[in-house]
Design a protein around this ligand. Sequence first.
Ligand code: SF4
Ligand code: SF4
Length: 402
Amino acid sequence: MEKRLIEKNGDYISPLGFGAMRLPIDKEYEKSIELLREGIDKGINYIDTAFFYGFGKNEKFIGEALKNGYRNKVKIATKIPAFSIKKREEMDEYLNKELELLNTDYIDYYYLHSIDLKVLKRLKKKGIFKFLDKAKKDGKIKNACFSYHGKADELREIIDTYDWDGILIQFNYFDENIQVKYEDIQYAHSKGLGIFIMEPLKGGLLSKLPKEAEEIFKKENSDLSPADWAFSWLYNIPEITCVLSGMKNKEEIEENIKIAETVKPNSLSNKELETIKKVKNIMQEKLPINCSSCGYCMPCKYGVDIPKAFQMVNEEHLFNEKHIENQIKYILTLGGVYNEPSNAGLCTQCNKCIPLCTQGLNIPKELEKVKKEYEKPGYNQLLWLIKHIAYPIFNKYIEYKR
Ligand code: SF4
Ligand code: SF4
C-alpha cells in the first residue's frame, strides 16, 4: 500500500486504517488479535481505538495485540472522552489510564472524542489546550487531534481554534457536505493536517444497496462491490490521508487492502464519478431517515433502540421489502416478544438524545415516522397474538423437530 504523507509531521500513513471498535474481542479474542496483526503484516500502519469503546476494554485489547514487536510497526490513534469531561484533573487521569491500558509510553494520535463547537468552548474553559500542550511536551502524545460530530458550518472555526495535527471526520459519497464541506477538508489539508475518515460505508448502508443502484455499479464494473465503490470515492480524494474501516474477517481485510492499493488520488474517471453520483441520487430518493447507525444516541433511558428502529424503516424503503413481513420483523425485534421491548412507541420525547445525534436528526420526530409505519391501531393486539400464541407454538414446533 502506498503510504500518504502528512505534511505537518512528516508521517507516512497507510490509506487504509484499522478501526478496532468492531473487532469481536468479547467472543473471539485470539482471532481478533490475529486479524489485527494480519492487517499490519499486510501494510496497515494506523490503528484506531478509543477509551469509550468498551470503557477501556478496546484499548486494553490493542495493548495486548501490539505485543511481540507490533507496537513499533504502527501509529496508535485513541481518544479521550472529551464530551464527558468536567474537570481539568480528569484529562490527566484519562491520558495516564489510556497509556497504561495501551501498554505504551506514548500515543501517536490523541483525539478529543466527538466534539462540536459548543463542547470545545466548554473544554477550553477547563484548560484542554494547556493539557494537550503539556502532554505533547512531556512526550505522552505526539499529535493532538479531534474527531468531529457537529454542524458543517462550525468546523472551520474549530480548525482555527488550536494548532491541531489531524482531524477525524465522517465523510462518504452519500454524506458529502452534511457534517463536513469539501472546502474545509481542503482547508485543513492546506494547513498540513492529517485527514482521517470514519464511517466510509455509513454504518454499512453503502455496502448493501437497492437493486437498481447495485445494477448501475455492476454495469460500470462488475468486479467491484458497492463497498469497493464507496472506498474508491474516498481514496480518489487527494487531501484524504487515511480511511478507517472496522474489518471483522480476513476477506474484508483482503478486499479493503486491494482497493486501497488500486485507487490512487485523482484516478477515478469522470464517468466513474458520474456513476457514483447516480447511485447517490437513487439512495437520496429512497432513504427516509438519514441515520448512520453509529449508536452515539444510545442508550435511551426509556429503552428505545433508536438505530434499530430507524434501520427497519430504511431497509423497507431501500429494498422495497413487503410491509407486512417487516411489520412482523419489527414486532419480533423491538416489540418485546422474547426480550425487553425497545420499540419507537416507548419514546417519551424527553429530547435528551437530540444533541447526541451525529447526523443532526430530531430523533423523537423521526421516531414518530417509525410509529406511524409500524405501530398503527391494532399494533398491541398483533403483538399480543405473536407473543402469547404464535411465538410459543413456533417454539414448541422447534422443540418437536429437535
Ligand atoms: S427523546 Fe425519546 S428516544 Fe430520545 S432519549 Fe428521550 S425517550 Fe429516548
Ligand atoms: S440517530 Fe443519530 S446518533 Fe443515533 S444512531 Fe442514528 S445517526 Fe447515530
